[in-house]
Write a new protein. Structure first.
Lengths: 113, 117
């Protein structure tokens, strides 16, 4: 069965600084990978996903994530964060055979002024 | 445009009572998922449906938990003989998927908060 590990429960970072949120997954078969975001007092929503093709995927608000099969990772990065990026970020994985989506425990991104 | 709706949004119940949550997915979506989320944790997978078929229920937390999707549209999650440890947010999500999986995006409802006192 697939699983997801997000090593950092909280990441503090200064505004306009770069950030990386780490995600590692485990699966015996090919996977799809996702990052979902939960802004304060809002529901979960998709940020970006990797299905196939280019291993680098981007979101509309400047985040990107790179699928690394050899390291079984899907780290999320942004070169310059804004206060509006304050949220909890969840990495998720589903095996290609069944679309059962399993989430990590989340990383809280805390932007410092 | 109606998203995923869940009812009730908040439920306070006494220990030992039964509770039922309802989820109405986005209308054309064939997949429906139930998750549980506690403070500081990610959504914990409970069960999911393809139309009316329940594809997996082994991760339901105990035999007190059951879920149905009788006509392949709305779904209910029932917790019998509630315990204080059941206090959490119960999330429903829906998506459109082909048989075998296609990396569909799932859309979450606002969740149903359960407090067991």
């Amino acid at each position: 069965a697939q699983s997801v590990t997000q090593l950092d429960s909280q990441v503090p970072v200064f505004e306009e600084a770069p950030v990386e949120l780490r995600c590692n997954y485990s699966s015996s078969v090919s996977v799809y990978l996702f990052w979902y975001v939960q802004y304060p007092n809002q529901g979960l929503q998709l940020l970006l996903k990797y299905l196939s093709g280019s291993t680098l995927v981007e979101s509309i608000n400047g985040f990107e994530a790179e699928f690394n099969k050899s390291q079984t990772s899907f780290h999320l990065r942004k070169p310059s964060v804004h206060i509006s990026d304050t949220a909890e970020y969840f990495c998720a994985v589903s095996e290609r055979r069944d679309d059962k989506i399993i989430f990590g425990k989340g990383t809280r991104l805390h932007i410092l002024p | 445009d109606t998203g995923v709706s869940q009812d009730p949004r908040h439920k306070i119940t006494k220990r030992g009572q039964n509770v039922t949550f309802r989820c109405d997915p986005i209308s054309e979506h064939n997949r429906l998922y139930w998750y549980r989320q506690t403070l500081g944790q990610g959504p914990e997978f409970l069960t999911y449906f393809q139309n009316e078929a329940q594809l997996e229920k082994s991760r339901l937390l105990s035999d007190r938990f059951s879920a149905e999707r009788p006509k392949g549209s709305f779904s209910t999650l029932e917790i019998q003989r509630t315990e204080q440890g059941d206090s959490a947010m119960y999330l429903c999500a829906s998506g459109l998927t082909r048989t075998g999986g296609n990396g569909n995006t799932i859309y979450f409802g606002e969740g149903s908060w359960l407090t067991v006192v």
